[in-house]
Design a protein around this ligand. Structure first.
Ligand SMILES: O=P(O)(O)OC[C@H]1O[C@@H](O)[C@H](O)[C@@H](O)[C@@H]1O
Length: 304
C-alpha cells in the first residue's frame, strides 16, 4: 500500500506494507536507491541499505519476527528504561508496543527534510502501560533517509501529565560488521565507562581505540557527539553522530553469551556490534509540559 493513497498526504518514496504476521512496516526509499524499513511494532528500524543494496544493520538469522518478541537486530527503541536497572523489564516497553503513523506531528524545524524521505511515528501509553509506568507521555519518532542514504532518527518525548517523570533511553543500534576482530571504534578514548560485566564498576578507557577480543558490555559516559566504527575488512566506516544522548553503550556478547541467547546464532557475534547512543547514567526528568529530544545521525563512508 502506498502511504500517499492511505492518508491523502502524498510523500514520494514512502510505502506501507504488511509483513506475514500482519505487522505494518514503512518502507522509505531515497531517489538514489538507498532504503530503510521501519516496523510499527516498537518503532524499530529493521533494515537500512545503501544505494548498492548492501544491508548496514545486523539482524540475527534466528530473530523472531512475530510480536510481542523484539526483533534481534536493527535499531530497537528503548524507553522509558534502558538496561535492566529500574522498575521495568530490560530496555523498557516501547520496543514491544504497537506504534502508529503520525500524520500531523508538531513541527520539527531543526530537521531539514527537503529532498529527503521521512515518516513520523508515535507511541502513546495504553492502560496496561500506565499500570506498570504511571506517567502520561507522547513519544514521537521521525525517521529520515537522505538522498545519499544517511539515516537520521529524532525522538521527542513530551510529558503530558501533571507530575514530573524520569526516563532513560537508547537507540540500540546493531551495526553489521564483516569481522569483529578487525573492527576499531574511535571517539571513546580517555572516557570513563561503567562495566556491566563488573557490576557496573567505573573504569577509564586507556586505549587509543576500542578493539574486540572478548565480551564487551560497557556504558561510556558523557561521550563526544561523534563516534566512528571502522570495519577494515569491508573498508567502510560508520559515523555515529548524536545529540541529546550523552552516553554510548558498546555491546558484543562474544562466544559464550551468544550460545545462551535463543534468538541469536552461535557465531553471529563475529558480524555485529551494538553501539547505542543513549541516556543512561543520568536519566532525563521532564516537568509537566516539557519535551526532550534525542537525535541520531548514521552515515557510512568508504575507508582506506
Ligand atoms: O537481549 P536484549 O534485552 O535486547 O539486550 C541485549 C544487550 O543490550 C545491551 O545494550 C546491554 O548493555 C546488554 O547488557 C544486553 O545484554
Amino acid at each position: 500500500m502506498d502511504h500517499s493513497a492511505a492518508d491523502g498526504n502524498h510523500r514520494t518514496g514512502v510505502e506501507v506494507i504488511k509483513d506475514k504476521n500482519g505487522v505494518s512496516q514503512v518502507l522509505l526509499r531515497s531517489p538514489r536507491g538507498a532504503s530503510a524499513r521501519v516496523s510499527l511494532h516498537g518503532g524499530q528500524i529493521l533494515s537500512w541499505k545503501n544505494e548498492w543494496g548492501e544491508e548496514l544493520l545486523f539482524t540475527s538469522s534466528k530473530a523472531i519476527l512475530k510480536p510481542p518478541a523484539v526483533v534481534r537486530g536493527g535499531i530497537p527503541i528503548c524507553f522509558p528504561q534502558f538496561g535492566s536497572r529500574g522498575p521495568l523489564e530490560q530496555h523498557g516497553f516501547a520496543r514491544n508496543k504497537m506504534w502508529t503513523i503520525d500524520d500531523n506531528p508538531p513541527p520539527l524545524q531543526s530537521i531539514d527534510t527537503k529532498g529527503k524521505t521521512f515518516i513520523d511515528l508515535r507511541l502513546k501509553p495504553s492502560d496496561d502501560d500506565f499500570k506498570i509506568w504511571p506517567h502520561s507521555f507522547e513519544l514521537r519518532l521521525r525517521v529520515v533517509l537522505s538522498a545519499e542514504g544517511f539515516l537520521t532518527l529524532v525522538s521527542r518525548i513530551r510529558n503530558v501529565n501533571s507530575k514530573p517523570f524520569s526516563f532513560s533511553f537508547a537507540y540500540h543500534t546493531y551495526i553489521s560488521v564483516s569481522d569483529i576482530s578487525e573492527v576499531r571504534v574511535e571517539g571513546l578514548e580517555t572516557l570513563d565507562y561503567l562495566d556491566n560485566l563488573c557490576n557496573r564498576e567505573r573504569f577509564t578507557e586507556q586505549g587509543d581505540a576500542l578493539t574486540f577480543e572478548t565480551e564487551v558490555d560497557r556504558i561510556y559516559l558523557s561521550s563526544s557527539d561523534a563516534v566512528a566504527v571502522f570495519d577494515h575488512e569491508k573498508k567502510r566506516t560508520f559515523l555515529i553522530r548524536k545529540n541529546g544522548l550523552p552516553d554510548i553503550v558498546v555491546w558484543n556478547p562474544w562466544e559464550k553469551k551468544s550460545k545462551a541467547i535463543t534468538d541469536f546464532g552461535d557465531e553471529e557475534y563475529k558480524v555485529m556490534l551494538c553501539v547505542d547512543a543513549s541516556v543512561m547514567e543520568r536519566p532525563i526528568t521532564l516537568k509537566p509540559g516539557e519535551e526532550w529530544r534525542g537525535r541520531l545521525d548514521l552515515s557510512v563512508m568508504a575507508s582506506i
